[in-house]
Design a protein around this ligand. Sequence first.
Ligand code: TMP
Length: 220
Amino acid sequence: MNAGGLFLTLEGIDGAGKSSHLDALQALFEGQGRAVTRTREPGGTPLAETLRTLILEQPMDPLTESLLVFAARRDHIAQVIEPALARGDVVLCDRFTDATFAYQGGGRGFDTEVLSTLERWAQAGRGGQSEVALLQPHITLWFDLAPEIAAQRLAGARVPDKFEAQPVEFFRKVAQGYADRAAADAARFVRIDAGQSRDQVWQQVEAALVARGLAGEGRA
Ligand code: TMP
């Protein structure tokens, strides 16, 4: 499904600083002569961006939230991610399904079995062939930061959306959701200690890419 393409996602609680490394990641891959598709979730298509506004602004129950997030994701996969991977692009995606397990599953306490079902529906191969392997990122950079520090970083930074306005206790559960997801797929996840300086965090990112043969001299 994604011959030659590389699907890289960035994850972490709000305030962990993941998005501030997108420019440098894009420059790194473009410096290798690769085309980069840079996108985000919820969002990445006109429909998914419309759903994002609803998800981030409207109060709703966790099932409604999960259905909307996966509806946005399905459109995003079909319109942007799959075509980009088929072209051989590097897809840099700011959040993907791990965020649903962390925020809706961990933070909201929603049933992760239902989320797994929705994940199969949204990410299985085309034509309803549920036995076809799920579309998943090749590598996920997980920016791990103590929720108390993330809250300090966020305080006063911008007008908080529905999630950013949640108490620290919510983000403890989100962080646990990420930890559970990382433990279940350790080969895909790279834990980045986001408590360090921005330069040190970037060094960790670069080192992870070098270790996987995606950057540096020994690159395949
Ligand atoms: P962002 O601020 O990093 O763009 O993320 C938007 C917010 O949406 C963030 O608070 C996390 C939340 N979110 C979910 O609750 N579930 C999801 O599946 C995704 C992708 C994001």
